[in-house]
Every structure is written in structure tokens, then in C-alpha cells.
Design a binder for this molecule. Structure first.
Ligand code: FMN
Length: 371
């Protein structure tokens, strides 16, 4: 369906890296629901991998069901990036993605992330060093540029194509924009037009199958990558394929299905990270699920103190009893309590204020707020 260099993929929909979230448990949850082929790890520091730093090694933890897998690397020393990529190739990783669009200060300071986008020649050299040493494809993830005056992504994508990159993932915002404002589809289209053969994968604010279809149609991109939208709807990959194939929008997952998947996610977190740590990590994951539950204060309050699997099931039972007051006789949420439909920034009328758009798909609070 789509090829990244030598790697043939069954799906042109991708899971975007979300540091702290796109770990093995979440990737497995989404894969089990279908529609996704290549998934990516959170970004990993190349040097830390070479130093066999335990935290970095945990970030690349995978298993046989988690295939094909790309690892996203960041760093600016070509030899380190190459050697880390070689190590990953030996371990059976299917592709290496280079982070060029991460606006977190820690990453920019060492010359990785968005800083790379302003230094075309150096970045192309880094890619060439990696491509020449590897059998597996190397891809790049970038934003449109540093700011509105410096939309460097088309030039960068073209230079990287010459350097042997196998695909370009582009988030349709600038570094200066952070996560605010609208995703710029024309900007993504310019990147598509700037390359000759390599697939360009569009990204940003895709929260519904219709939004994915719109991004394909407006930009001519070869694939769409979905990050936060996969949290609100882990079925989004399967549902988008259904829409593209049949023209019919599949129904949203039911509340019961959402709860079942959330429980599966916790079980996998406990398996991979151990009960204590898995539960602590799940404190920030569960509220993403509950965004689509309707009234959820009685779920969100106790879940931030989650410490064990048994406690989770207890609080869930309590919540289900509390939530019943908002439901009709058939057990469905009464219409006035149902969460509004999801919509992507680029599907909103252009007169809508950017702040309102931002609320539609929030960036979680905490250190990741500046991503
Ligand atoms: C919590 C969080 C963590 C992220 N971590 C990464 C990362 O590790 N590497 C990266 O290239 N982008 C990262 N991003 C950016 C996403 O991959 C994606 O480009 C962005 O969220 C827009 O897509 P979306 O609207 O589908 O989420 C992160 C975004 C968020 C919200």
C-alpha cells in the first residue's frame, strides 16, 4: 500500500511519536484494534542508547506483536546517530525516524530537533551518514519550519530526498506556533510538491476519519500520521480505512468498548512496567480516555492517585454507578451529556478563534506542554 524505501507497509496511516505515551503497551493496544502497520517509539537520545542507559533501553522495548516498528532518534553527532541506528537495525527494528521537529529546549540545545531545520547542509550530511551505513529505511519528522517567515520544510525535504531519506513526516505547524493555531494544509502540500518520489506523510490535529480524508485530499500526501487523535479514538486507524474504502463514516466506538480498551491498556502497562510504576504512569493516560466518557469528574479525581490494578477496578465500578444518573433507560448517555463531536483545527471555519481550536485537542499539562 505504501513503501518506505525497501519497507512495504500494509497501511498508509501511522502512529505519531508522543513522548511518555507511545510506549509498548499503547502501541499494542492500537495494533490490536487494526488499521495500523508502522508505529514509532517515543523519541530516544542516540547517545543514551549507545551508553546502554536503562531508561533509553526501556523506551525501545518491543515484542513480536509490535511489528513493524520504527525508533525515533534525536541527536546531532552523525557518528552517534549512525551507530545507534546500526544497533537498532541489529535488534530487528524496521525503520529509523530522525526527530527534526521537536521544539523542546533540551533537544534544540544539542542541535537536534527544530534547530536542524535551519541548517540544511549539515542535516543532509547527517542523513547521508546514516543512510550509507544502514539497510533499513531512514525517515525524518519535521515541522513546517522555525516560524512563518522561515518555512524551510520544502527545501529540507528536497535536500533530504537527495541524501537518501525514505519518507518525510511533516506536522503542519511551525516551531513558533507550538501547538496553537491551525494546522497549515497548504504548507504540507508545499512539502509534497517539493519532493520527487519519497512519500510525504501529513500530520497534525487529525482526530476523525473525515479529517484524515480531508488531509489526504487537500495536500496530496501519501500517508497520514496520527498522535493525540489515537488517544481519543484508538480505533481511528481502522475507522479511517473503512471510510476511505467505503465512503461511509463508521460509528464512533461505544462507551463499553472504550472502557474495555482502557482496561486492556492498563493490563499491558502493568505487564510491561510492573504494577506500581505501570499504575503511576497510567494516572496521566486514563484522563485521555475519559475525555470521551461524558461526565467524568468522579473518574478523573481518584485516578490521579492510582496505585494498583485492584484500586483501578474499584474506582471504575464506583464511577460506572455514578455515571448511570446521566444515562437513559437503555444505559446510553442522555444526549445533553454526550461529548461534542471531535473536529480538527483545519476543518473549522477560518473565523474561529485559535484559542477555541486549541481546546479541541489539548496538549497534556506538565513538562510536555512546550512540545
Ligand atoms: C505529549 C506529546 C509528546 C510528543 N512527543 C513527540 C516525540 O517524542 N517526537 C516527535 O517527533 N513528536 C512528538 N510530539 C509531536 C507529535 O508527534 C505530533 O507531531 C503532534 O502532536 C501533532 O499531531 P497530533 O495532532 O496528531 O497529535 C509529541 C506531542 C505531544 C502532544
Amino acid at each position: 500500500m505504501i513503501a518506505l524505501g525497501p519497507l512495504d507497509l500494509k497501511s498508509n496511516l501511522f502512529l505519531s511519536p508522543l513522548a511518555g505515551y507511545t510506549n509498548l503497551p499503547f502501541r499494542l493496544v492500537v495494533r490490536e484494534l487494526g488499521g495500523l502497520d508502522l508505529a514509532t517509539t517515543d523519541l530516544v537520545n542516540a547517545r543514551s542508547l549507545l551508553e546502554r542507559n536503562p531508561k533509553a533501553l526501556k523506551l525501545i522495548e518491543t515484542n513480536d506483536q509490535d511489528r513493524p516498528l520504527a525508533v525515533q532518534l534525536f541527536g546531532s553527532v552523525p557518528e552517534e546517530m549512525r551507530d545507534a541506528a546500526l544497533m537498532l537495525q541489529e535488534r530487528g527494528v524496521s525503520a529509523i525516524d530522525i526527530n527534526m521537529g521537536c521544539p523542546v529546549k533540551k533537544v534544540c540545545r544539542v542541535g537536534g530537533g527544530s534547530a536542524m531545520m535551519t541548517e540544511l547542509g549539515r542535516t543532509a550530511g547527517l542523513v547521508r551518514t546514516m543512510v550509507n551505513a544502514l539497510r533499513i529505511p531512514v525517515t525524518a519528522k519535521m515541522r513546517l519550519g522555525w516560524d512563518e517567515q522561515n518555512l524551510t520544510a520544502p527545501d529540507l525535504a528536497s535536500a533530504l530526498e537527495d541524501a537518501g531519506i525514505a519518507a518525510v513526516f511533516v506536522h503542519g505547524r511551525t516551531r513558533e506556533q507550538g501547538f496553537s493555531g491551525r494546522v497549515n494544509l497548504a504548507g504540507i502540500r508545499d512539502v509534497v510538491r517539493a519532493v520527487r518520489r519519497v512519500p510525504v506523510i501529513g500530520n497534525g490535529d487529525v482526530t476523525t476519519p473525515e479529517a484524515a480524508r480531508h488531509m489526504f485530499a487537500e495536500t496530496g500526501c501519501a500517508g497520514v500520521s496520527i498522535g493525540r487523535g489515537a488517544f481519543y479514538d484508538p480505533w481511528i486507524f481502522r475507522r479511517t480505512h473503512q471510510l476511505l474504502r467505503t465512503g461511509v463514516v463508521p460509528p464512533e466506538p461505544s462507551f463499553t468498548d472504550r472502557v474495555a480498551v482502557m482496561c486492556r491498556h492498563l493490563d499491558l502497562m502493568v505487564t510491561v512496567f510492573g504494577e506500581k510504576h505501570g499504575c503511576v504512569m497510567f494516572r496521566k493516560v486514563a484522563p485521555w480516555y475519559s475525555k470521551r466518557f461524558g461526565p467524568a469528574s468522579e473518574f478523573n479525581k481518584p485516578v490521579v492517585q492510582l496505585a494498583s490494578r485492584a484500586q483501578f477496578h474499584e474506582l471504575l465500578e464506583k464511577y460506572l454507578r455514578w455515571r448511570a444518573q446521566f444515562c437513559d433507560e437503555s444505559g446510553d448517555l442522555s444526549p445533553r451529556y454526550r461529548p461534542g463531536p471531535m473536529s480538527a483545527s483545519f476543518m473549522e471555519p477560518s473565523a474561529s478563534p485559535p484559542s477555541a481550536l486549541r481546546d479541541v485537542i489539548p496538549v497534556p499539562r506538565g513538562p510536555v506542554e512546550v512540545w
